[in-house]
Ligand binder design. Structure first.
Ligand code: UDP
Length: 367
């Protein structure tokens, strides 16, 4: 018999546990510091409206990997869902990601795809060859006007720093299109689980050889000696008790509101103006258009620096963070019995499908 300890029950921990549990000789213990499984993907029905609420912010499953798409559907029915995000800038509603509609509306033109491409090429800052940061990446691809309208204010609010301090990779997440396709993601497989995400985790962890301890925070005093291997999915700096310093993360928090019927007519609306304190509003019933609800519940999303009691969301990866990270990475090399896995333990901005894909790969070495 082999004994495994997994710290955290988000997708990294749950997928590893699910894979290891296929071998009846494996015994798996999961420590979860919150009072529920599923990490930030946790969903629950709102008590007042019965709407499925994504408690830690909305999660739209999307992937280009058919294997991962098939894997997740072992645990849920995925209903196809296309996220069509709007952005409000100076009281006008635009379509995101930046597409032909956005370009034509913003510049008051009616360009066709070829004309729009040429137009953007002319206003983009071509002198930037290798963009070194978020701002340069934006200026190179869409030019100053679109950058200032849709990215500058939003990004300052979301990340709490100058866009020129952030890595270019953050902007590369978003496509720019010269057609009227307003699907927020490029990936071919996109959906929302019919019964929410929590039931996915319940099914993944429903095994006789998996034990989950909720409300159990892992710390250095925990005795690891009885385990053959440990999978740690918490923040890497916390694992080492912050001995080389703290990594910076942004966190988000939500203001919950109720209204009759339909508040904003869409699942997500972003607010690009820097004067508006929140970054976006999520209206949860629009993530389940197959359900019908009389009332509505919506969350205003605010962003701030992560403090002691906050849940870390977005790794900032500023240059000072990367210096600290390299020290922790050197430390972890000496720990052969421990695998650091997932967004927090590797300090990377990862989507759900990346997390699941990496966990499936890592699990292969242990099955
Ligand atoms: N972003 C922006 N304006 C928007 C949407 C996104 O400036 O209206 C920037 C912002 O910096 C964000 C990044 O683009 O962090 C990536 O956006 P995405 O929607 O992928 O962010 P997430 O949903 O992961 O928060």
């Amino acid at each position: 018999m082999k004994k495994y300890l997994i710290i955290g029950s988000g997708f990294s921990g749950a997928v590893i546990a699910e894979q290891l549990s296929k071998n009846p000789d494996n015994k798996i213990l999961i420590l979860e510091e919150r009072n529920h499984i599923g990490g930030n993907c946790y969903t629950e029905r709102d008590k007042e409206t019965n709407i499925m609420v994504h408690k830690y912010g909305p999660h739209i499953f999307n992937t280009d990997n058919e294997g991962i798409w098939n894997y997740i559907q072992n645990f849920c029915e995925m209903i196809p869902f296309v996220n069509r995000v709007k952005s409000i800038y100076k009281s006008e509603v635009y379509s995101l990601p930046i597409n032909l509609h956005t370009i034509n509306q913003f510049f008051k033109k009616n360009l066709n795809p070829r004309e729009a491409k040429l137009f953007i090429e002319n206003i983009a800052q071509k002198n930037i060859v290798e963009p070194q940061n978020f701002e340069e990446q934006a200026l190179k691809f869409i030019g100053k006007d679109l950058y200032e309208a849709f990215f500058f204010g939003y990004t300052k609010k979301q990340w709490g720093c100058e866009p020129s301090e952030l890595p270019a990779s953050i902007l590369k997440r978003l496509p720019v299109r010269f057609n009227y396709n307003d699907n927020y993601y490029n990936n071919p497989f996109q959906g929302i689980p019919k019964e929410g995400y929590t039931s996915i985790f319940e099914k993944m962890l429903d095994s006789e050889n998996i034990e989950v301890l909720l409300n159990t925070k892992f710390d250095e005093s925990y005795d690891l000696s009885g385990f053959d291997h440990i999978f740690y999915t918490g923040p890497i700096d916390a694992f080492f008790n912050y001995k080389h310093g703290k990594l910076s993360y942004r966190t988000v928090f939500f203001e919950k509101h109720f209204s009759e019927d339909d508040y904003q007519g869409n699942a997500v609306i972003n607010y690009a103006d820097p004067e508006i304190p929140y970054t976006r509003i999520h209206e949860h019933k629009h993530f389940t258009p197959w359900e019908s609800h009389e009332k509505t519940v919506y969350f205003k999303e605010f962003s701030k620096e992560t403090e002691e009691e906050d849940i870390p969301y977005y790794p900032k990866r500023l240059s000072k963070d990367l210096e600290i990270l390299s020290k922790y990475e050197t430390e972890k090399e000496g720990l052969e019995k421990i695998t650091f896995i997932g967004r927090l333990a590797t300090y990377r901005y990862m989507d759900m499908h990346h997390v699941i894909g990496e966990a499936l790969e890592i699990a292969k070495d242990f099955i």
